[in-house]
Design a protein around this ligand. Structure first.
Ligand code: COA
Length: 335
């Protein structure tokens, strides 16, 4: 896709979409598999159930469904889309799944690529896309967050398997020269703490021929130190959001919605308390879906846009955080 300069100064939010698989794994059902209970999971995380992909629900399919519904809300001709960024850690093709989403959509004039930053992935992708739009390179972008962590969860590890689910969400954003609804952002990583949450490769040594070895590819399951990740989130997320609000000269009482990565209700409540944002302004749907990784933020946003909680010109403070460790924040105005 060739660069086109429109003298663009800002970004406008035009549509949202989401998709979750049909299969529902409830807490009582998980309790039949590992030594846990509905009460324990509910009180420690706020999660009641999560969706699990079945055959046909891979990241390309879920991302496509979410993107299509965002495009429909935006009333865009698919041929006018310039950029598709798919945030995912679980592509169904390790070489990248975004081009297959592009092909399924028929968005032949777009360039499409994957971006990996685990649970911060959607936010990092939104920030990346917004820079292309504000820089004047592209006019219309679809940003997708889609993950299928169920394929990488150790379903015998009760400390982590209760948290995760599958799904996808997408936003349609457009460059404009009239205003800027992408108010500000910040993003951080700290690889020094990466071992708190990762999904490492698992290579088996094999031999090609004679004395030439190779390592066969593969991945192990999610490894998590839950307490450390919890401490990281409740410390860093308020700091990055507070700094961003201050930098953009906003008070927390000007925020209509706090939209955090949906990891744990206790994390959401703690961050809300630190920022003095009341509970009714904290968006949460993790009870139904658990942690869908890169999908949580657009999945929640789409639900709140479609049920008219998020209205035109509402101010949304959003933050993604997770493996890397990585975290980021953005301040946006819907519409
Ligand atoms: N059911 C029942 N008991 C469980 C359990 C489960 N599913 N998981 C752990 N336990 C037990 C532990 O074995 C431990 O028992 P012990 O005291 O006898 O050793 C006890 O519960 C307390 O474990 P702890 O790890 O301290 O629990 P916690 O209150 O920290 O909650 C998490 C665990 C995972 C829910 C919590 O740490 C968390 O949400 N962390 C953040 C994880 C996250 O968000 N990751 C993704 C980020 S993108």
């Amino acid at each position: 896709m060739e660069g086109i300069n429109f003298n663009q100064i800002g970004v406008s939010f035009k549509g949202s979409g989401s998709y979750v698989p049909d299969q529902i794994l409830t807490n009582p059902k998980i309790s039949q598999k590992v030594d846990t209970s509905n009460e324990w999971i509910k009180s420690r995380t706020g999660i009641s159930e999560r969706r699990i992909s079945s055959i046909g629900d891979n990241v390309t399919e879920m991302g496509y469904a979410a993107a299509l519904s965002a495009i429909e809300m935006a009333h865009w001709d698919i041929k006018t889309i310039d950029l598709i960024i798919l945030a995912t850690s679980t592509p169904n093709d390790l070489f990248g799944s975004a081009p297959s989403v592009q092909a399924k959509l028929g968005a032949f004039n777009a360039v499409a690529f994957d971006l990996t930053a685990a649970c911060s992935g959607f936010l990092f992708a939104l920030i990346t896309a917004s820079q292309f739009l504000k820089g004047g390179s592209f006019k219309r972008a679809i940003v997708i967050g889609a993950d299928q962590l169920s394929s990488f969860v150790d379903w015998n590890d009760r400390r982590s398997c209760i948290l995760f689910g599958d799904g996808a969400g997408a936003l349609a954003i457009e460059a404009t020269n009239e205003f800027d609804n992408f108010i500000g952002f910040d993003m951080r990583t700290d690889g020094g703490r990466g071992s708190f949450l990762n999904l490492p490769s698992k290579n088996n040594k094999d031999s090609i021929i004679d004395d030439i070895d190779f390592l066969s590819g593969g991945f192990s399951s999610i490894q998590m130190n839950g307490q450390e990740v919890y401490k990281f989130a409740v410390k860093e997320v308020p700091i990055i959001l507070e700094k961003l609000l201050k930098k953009m000269k906003y008070n927390s009482d000007q925020v209509d919605w706090l939209l955090l990565h949906q990891a744990n209700q206790r994390i959401l409540d703690s961050v809300g308390e630190r920022l003095k944002i009341p509970r009714e302004k904290i968006l949460s749907n993790l009870e139904k879906y658990g942690n869908t990784s890169a999908a949580t933020i657009p999945l929640m946003m789409d639900e709140a846009v479609r049920d008219y909680r998020i209205k035109q010109n509402d101010i949304i403070a959003t933050s993604g955080f997770g493996a890397g460790l990585s975290w980021g924040a953005a301040l946006i105005k819907w519409g």
